[in-house]
Design a protein around this ligand. Structure first.
Ligand code: DON
Length: 320
């Protein structure tokens, strides 16, 4: 049953944090994202019984962008096994921007540092199961359908806008190809990567995905195991150490919830059950989705991050 106090708190925190949107701006390097209304802020939380707490601008659809990277990582691991995927990408933070060329030039790594930077995500997209790009994309959508019971679709305008302006990602893919780290041709790898980034999602569906990740791949509502606990453990480590890019340390210290951001302004967060604090809200865990398209220089939603800081502090949601 919905707890009215939680809704009241969320309503007041949304208003407290909306002003933080002025500290950021919509992503300009993908023209279709630049046009989003920067003042929006919405949150949706799904508890372990499927109860939804939705406050602010919640009737929105936005593209997954980098949030898709953790989902394609999980999908690839579910198909190939964790060892196969970790043979292609490492699990190390970089300290560089998500689309940086620097790690290639300075470190010349034999595989990308992690699957949440663009180089690692392009590598993982290329090994998604399927004989060709439409099949890989379809298999990813089919995997996501297991979480939310419906087929997601692609925002074609965002896809085309990103495809035309993906100069840096193309450069990254050529670096990967040069060192034989890409299992597809450059243009094919980019196509599947940009398709996954352009998948459109609602806050409600994203919160459900967060809930399943929080429950180690188990859906507490349908009681089905969607992916293995072993994969969930590594996914959550990646979310904590690399999910918010160069702000991951600050986010871990002040929010302490495994999370993944995207440049469209979405944040996916997975709050695992915390059995020892009976008095707190969401002690049995929850999935959280936040949307606010004004982002900072690291690519994270400014108001969304501040809102998560506040609710984690008030409800003691940190896993640390
Ligand atoms: O490849 C890109 O640049 C975008 N499709 C995704 C980047 C992104 O979302 C980084 N996140 N904060």
């Amino acid at each position: 049953m919905k707890n009215p106090k939680i809704l009241e708190q969320l309503e007041s925190w949304i208003e407290d944090n909306r002003s933080h949107t002025i500290l950021g701006a919509t992503a300009k390097y993908i023209p279709a994202l630049a046009n989003q209304d920067p003042n929006q802020l919405g949150i949706c939380i799904m508890d372990h019984e499927g109860e939804l707490y939705e406050v602010g601008d919640v009737n929105v659809e936005f593209t997954l962008q980098s949030v898709s990277k953790i989902l394609s990582f999980i999908a690839a691991c579910d198909h190939h096994g964790l060892d196969y995927v970790l043979d292609k990408v490492n699990v190390e933070p970089t300290g560089e921007a998500f689309n940086s060329i620097i790690p290639f030039e300075i470190h010349r790594p034999n595989k990308p540092f992690n699957p949440l930077i663009n180089a690692g995500a392009i590598t993982v997209s290329a090994i998604l199961p399927g004989e060709n790009i439409p099949a890989k994309y379809d298999n990813l959508l089919a995997f996501l359908e297991k979480f939310i019971g419906k087929r997601l679709y692609m925002d074609v305008e965002v896809y085309e806008s990103e495809w035309k302006t993906a100069h840096r990602n193309r450069a990254l893919a050529y670096y990967l190809a040069e060192s034989n780290q890409l299992e597809l041709e450059v243009e094919e790898a980019l196509e599947i990567y940009i398709r996954q980034c352009s998948i459109s999602i609602s806050l409600q569906d994203l919160a459900k995905i967060g809930l399943v990740i929080a429950y180690d791949g188990f859906d507490p509502i349908s009681k089905k195991q969607i992916f293995s606990k072993e994969i969930a453990r590594v996914a959550k480590v990646l979310m904590v150490t690399c999910g918010m890019y160069n702000s991951s340390g600050d986010f871990a210290a002040h929010v302490g919830i495994p999370a993944k951001s995207g440049v469209s302004g979405g944040i996916l967060a997975a709050v695992p059950p915390k059995w020892h604090s009976d008095e707190q809200a969401f002690r049995k865990g929850c999935g959280i989705a936040v949307f606010s398209p004004a982002i900072d220089s690291n690519g994270n939603s400014t108001a969304g991050t501040m809102l998560l800081k506040q609710l984690s502090r008030e409800w003691d949601l940190s896993i640390f």
